[in-house]
Design a protein around this ligand. Structure first.
Ligand SMILES: [Zn+2]
Length: 151
């Protein structure tokens, strides 16, 4: 008898070999630190991981993350350009909302979204072509959010 493979309660990824989404996220951060070329997609890695695990965000934070993802992918803005544009919006001294979720104030996707690529999949593809894999992950998330039925 084999144990069933556990699934991530948030993004639905199968945790093969006991590798959780958080483990996968830490592995990505490691690859980014290890190789500066991989670090160029860091902004996407963080947003993708958090959008698929929305309890880490407040509802306002999740909305902001979706806007950021669209700005990166559709408007093709760089992290620097975003930083300049949204300084007032996210400057913690001026912001009245929190980005991070707390146990009683956090997000959830209003309808369950089927993700075609998860953090675990990105890791399974290995560190070779890491940037391209993260970009593909980001695009798949953007598409899933756009095509998700309204609640
Ligand atoms: Zn997950």
């Amino acid at each position: 008898m084999t144990e069933p493979i556990p699934n991530c309660p948030e993004c639905g990824a199968s945790w093969y070999d006991g590798i959780t989404c958080q483990d996968a996220f830490h592995q990505m951060l490691f690859w980014e630190n290890e190789n500066p070329a991989n670090g160029t997609v860091h902004h996407l890695t963080v947003i993708c991981y958090h959008i698929q695990h929305p309890s880490l965000y407040s509802p306002e934070g999740l909305n902001y993350a979706k806007q950021l993802l669209a700005a990166f992918l559709v408007e093709k803005l760089s992290p620097d350009e975003i930083r300049k544009r949204s300084r007032a919006q996210v400057d913690s001294s001026q912001r009245t909302w929190r980005i991070k979720g707390t146990p009683d104030h956090h997000s959830d996707h209003p309808h369950s979204i089927t993700w075609t690529i998860t953090a675990v999949d990105v890791i399974a593809s290995g560190s070779k072509n890491y940037c391209a894999n993260v970009e593909r992950w980001a695009r798949s998330i953007h598409k899933a959010l756009e095509t998700a039925p309204e609640p």
